[in-house]
Design a binder for this molecule. Structure first.
Ligand SMILES: Cc1cc2nc3c(=O)[nH]c(=O)nc-3n(C[C@H](O)[C@H](O)[C@H](O)COP(=O)(O)OP(=O)(O)OC[C@H]3O[C@@H](n4cnc5c(N)ncnc54)[C@H](O)[C@@H]3O)c2cc1C
Length: 470
């Protein structure tokens, strides 16, 4: 350790002593055994052990923490429920973690304005349930709903299964409060639907993965809840037939389509035959599997049954089942949601989160299969996704070596660049994909992003290494 290192260590110790003094012992964890669980998220990336974990419970405390960190040049990793799949909330070298776990609660639910104002650390499911109690719903929905926080879903602009109907998180946030690196608070928590007074600054924070500010509160737009749902699982010839079904479903149901999810046969066979996660309700093997869910005021599946018969008649559908009860709906959904649990059975893999125009998705997946078939390190491919939104989750198994991982990533992302797609449709860039952002963004776009980052966080203290790289 040279003189500079010793100086850094003593500066950090002084900073942490000040944090303890400002927030109290309950809010600041410093024991490595306590801090260890805050080092990583669900991406599989092992993050650095945080120097400390700070758990403020108010906007004022977040501002205090950031002022103090700026004074001490101490980097901060914002963290919600750590369900992120891109390593964005993983610990960074020499950084503290700022966790929103004590910043929870519903500030106001306004049924007339159809809004809910919440603290950033509130779990998504808590918000969904509160809305349901007054006959409304918050339509952002993801498999990690029980643990993912509102702040995390905003910071990643989370997507999920309802994007087709209600858009991504961005489309459902009406107001936002965030704290900048220097501790200043940008608060716009009104419920004004129409507001063109200057730049809409909330969109800077939505999807910026904690690199521009810490989200502390949000006003979310709720929708009328239609309790009834009809769900069909359809077996098709190929992805092209799924696109025809999407067009027909739009003509028939309009904006009542709540989910349009697809599973390729590689994924289907793996989940149904190589794991105990779900069972196939269909006979035979098909080229594509589709889940179509539609809102139905009376809960009846009759109109979906008529639609299904029509598709069958037109030779678009080969087989299918219609859920007749809530239990059957759950069983069908378990086929699609099993993607979150395949890890132990599938082994080492890369979880790609590809975004493309829906019409290009099938061609891209075919080209991917061709490219990967020639790569000896590839141990299998599973494809599943939000096909109505042009978003495929491509799981590519490999031998666990960094070399194989890099070769596969380069092959997929080079191909994707030719198709004009996005290296992340909904999970975010985080730390895992920072190296590849240039495959989806031009030099001019990246220069503007870096300029904004330098303006808002000149010392690069907020989530360093995430999104824009080192
Ligand atoms: C089983 C499973 C299913 C999933 N399904 C989906 C899906 O369908 N669609 C989808 O989009 N994602 C999905 N995800 C990914 C993940 O749930 C989302 O990215 C979610 O938005 C992360 O929320 P979080 O609170 O866990 O955030 P974290 O993982 O803690 O953090 C994610 C990012 O947000 C930043 N951040 C967190 N809180 C704040 C804050 N208050 N202010 C500023 N920055 C902050 C972090 O620094 C990090 O960069 C899934 C994950 C799992 C495990």
């Amino acid at each position: 350790m040279d003189q500079t290192d010793i100086q850094h260590v003593s500066d950090r110790s002084a900073a942490i002593a000040e944090l303890l003094c400002a927030l109290g012992e309950r809010a600041v964890l410093t024991d490595p055994a306590d801090c260890a669980r805050y080092a990583s998220d669900q991406s599989g990336l092992t993050g650095a052990l945080p120097l400390a974990v700070v758990r403020p419970h108010s906007t004022g405390e977040v501002a205090e923490v950031l002022r103090l960190c700026t004074r001490h040049r101490l980097a901060v990793v914002p963290q919600g429920g750590r369900t992120g799949l891109s390593g964005g909330s993983c610990g960074a070298d020499g950084a503290i973690v700022l966790s929103s776990e004590r910043m929870t609660g519903i500030v106001e639910l306004d049924p007339e304005a159809m809004t809910i104002t919440v603290m950033a650390g509130t779990p998504l499911e808590t918000v969904q349930n509160a809305a349901l109690e007054v006959g409304l719903e918050y339509p952002v929905d993801i498999g990690a709903r029980g643990t993912a926080t509102i702040g995390g879903t905003i910071a990643t602009n989370a997507g999920g299964i309802r994007v087709l109907q209600h858009g991504m998180t961005r489309a459902n946030v009406l107001g936002l409060e965030a704290v900048l690196a220097d501790g200043s608070v940008i608060s716009r928590l009104g419920k004004t639907v129409k507001d063109n007074a200057g730049f809409d600054l909330k969109h800077l924070f939505i999807g910026s993965e904690g690199t521009l500010g810490i989200v502390t509160q949000a006003v979310l737009q709720l929708r009328r809840h239609v309790p009834g749902r009809a769900l069909a699982l359809l077996a098709l010839r190929d992805h092209g037939a799924a696109l025809s079904c999407l067009g027909a479903a739009r003509d028939r149901f309009g904006t009542r389509i709540t989910a349009f999810e697809g599973m390729w046969p590689d994924y289907w066979d793996f989940v149904c035959h190589a794991t105990t996660l779900a069972q196939s309700p269909l006979d035979g093997r098909h080229g594509f599997y589709l889940m179509l869910e539609v809102e139905s005021e009376d809960g009846s599946a009759d109109e979906v049954e008529v639609f299904f018969a029509d598709l069958f008649e037109r030779d678009l559908v080969q087989d299918g089942v219609l859920a007749q009860s809530v239990a059957e709906m759950r069983a069908l959904w378990s086929l699609r949601e099993a993607v979150g649990e395949v890890d132990p059975d599938f082994g080492h893999h890369i979880n790609f989160d590809i975004g493309l125009s829906p019409s290009a998705l099938g061609h891209f997946c075919d080209a991917t299969d061709t490219v990967l078939a020639d790569m000896p390190d590839v141990n299998g491919v599973l494809k599943v996704g939000h096909v109505g939104d042009g978003n495929v989750h491509l799981l590519v198994g490999h031998d666990g070596s960094r070399a194989a991982e890099h070769a596969i990533e380069a092959a997929i992302y080079d191909l994707l660049r030719d198709y004009g797609g996005s290296v992340t449709a909904e999970h975010g860039i985080g730390r895992i994909k920072a190296h590849w952002i240039g495959h989806s963004r031009s030099d001019a776009e990246l220069a503007l992003m870096r300029g904004l980052k330098a303006q808002m966080d000149p010392l690069n203290l907020l989530n360093p290494g995430a999104v824009l790289g080192g």
